[in-house]
Design a protein around this ligand. Structure first.
Ligand code: PLP
Length: 390
């Protein structure tokens, strides 16, 4: 971390720019070259070749992301899952064990519970809000504690301060998927986390037009992860690097609007008679509202809610929306809605889904940057159509 950091809004625009502008260009051009003339490189990871993530477009992004998150170094990857799987492969080896929060992103959950055990890497899932239960899951070979900033789709906020303290006490590397908060709302490295990963497909790029990921941390840890990434090959294409860099420039503006829209829509739904329950950490009745207010500068744009009429009402609502698009994903400028029981958690048995609180009537909304009055009107109209059938 540098002692003299500029405001994140400024860093998002300027950090990472090459010290000398290429031909005076205000915008860093796309370096569409797979290889570069050799210089005095002595290590494999220093050879200038596109798979090794070191084109000028990569380097600019790495500097920007490190500055924004308060890390020493960063690396971009071909997807969020490439960032997550490469990080875990770099930090764990056969015989190792790690702890993970129980309600993880689906891809991460199955990687941890199905793929890694086949390679001799064990995982135990723990409740993010019950620190008193964590020590019982430790083994002599536990190396990593893996959590998410907010869970999908119920937006629970784990005891992140306890995760940092527990990891330090037991010599574990703490890793957090900060996709749902984004560095505008939460900077986990400042809280003491060792490694921050993102699906840059979501808020960081923000325009739903690329898939990308990133990892941020100390120079030493990022170097370890880069070395693994250079073998696994999850490189981000230079054109996608260019788009991600462009998206990042407006991250602060977009996320602030999404914070306001998320809260505005959550309050509207909370007061609506056809809505039974709203899950959004920015609402004062959310179980971790106090923690979210203390740790986050905003609660981002994802919320979920339960309709009085269950699955049938949820389906009717989705068909009645005109502005919001029924699609998975989040963090883009356009509002998306989905039913987790049919999308992200479709593979989970119905009894387990019910135990997790993911009912058939649950609807997830990922708000965009539209005007709140238009979003409210869209949901108001669709909810009116739902109550007619009840
Ligand atoms: C989308 C997502 C991922 C996976 O990212 P991809 O870019 O789709 O590979 C991981 N974690 C979270 C929290 C996500 O929302």
């Amino acid at each position: 971390m540098t002692g003299n950091r500029r405001n994140i809004q400024t860093e998002l625009v300027h950090a990472g720019d090459p010290t000398e502008r290429v031909e005076g260009a205000v915008v860093l051009p796309i370096f569409q070259s797979a290889t570069y003339a050799s210089g005095d490189e002595s290590l494999y990871d220093e050879i200038r070749y596109l798979r090794l993530n070191n084109s000028p477009n990569h380097r600019a992004l790495h500097r920007k992301l490190a500055a924004v998150a308060g890390g020493q170094d960063a690396v971009v990857t071909s997807s969020g899952m490439a960032a997550i799987t490469t990080t875990l492969f770099a930090l764990l080896e056969s015989g190792d064990h790690f702890l993970a929060q129980d309600c993880l992103y689906g891809g991460t959950h199955s990687f941890a519970s199905e793929d890694l055990p086949k390679l001799g890497i064990g995982c135990d899932f723990v409740s993010g809000n019950r620190p008193e239960t964590w020590a019982a899951q430790l083994t002599a070979s536990t190396r990593v504690f893996y959590v998410e900033a907010m869970t999908n789709p119920l937006l629970e906020v784990a005891d992140l301060e306890a995760v940092v303290e527990f990891s330090r006490h037991h010599g574990l590397v703490s890793v957090i998927d900060n996709t749902f908060a984004s560095p505008v709302n939460f900077r986990p490295l400042e809280l003491g986390f060792d490694v921050e990963v993102h699906s840059a497909t979501k808020y960081l790029n923000g325009h739903a037009d690329i898939v990308a990921g990133c990892v941020i941390g100390t120079a030493e840890t990022v170097a370890r992860i880069v070395h693994k990434l250079n073998h696994l090959g999850g490189t981000l294409d230079p054109h996608a690097c260019f788009l991600l860099n462009r998206g990042l420039m407006t991250l602060a503006l977009r996320v602030r609007q999404q914070n306001a829209n998320g809260l505005g829509l959550a309050e509207f739904l909370h007061a609506h008679p056809s809505v039974q329950q709203v899950n959004y950490p920015g609402l004062s009745d959310h179980p971790q509202h106090e923690r979210a207010s203390r740790l986050f500068d905003g609660c981002s744009g994802v919320l979920s809610f339960e309709l009085v009429g269950g699955g049938a009402a949820a389906e009717k609502l989705l068909r009645g929306l005109e502005l919001a698009i029924v699609a998975p994903s989040l963090g883009g400028v356009e509002t998306l809605v989905s039913r987790p029981a049919l999308t992200s958690h479709a593979g989970v048995p119905p009894e387990t889904r019910a135990a997790l609180g993911i009912t058939d009537g649950l609807v997830r909304v990922a708000v965009g940057i539209e005007a709140i009055e238009d979003l409210r009107a869209d949901f108001d109209g669709a909810l009116a159509a739902v109550s007619q059938v009840l």
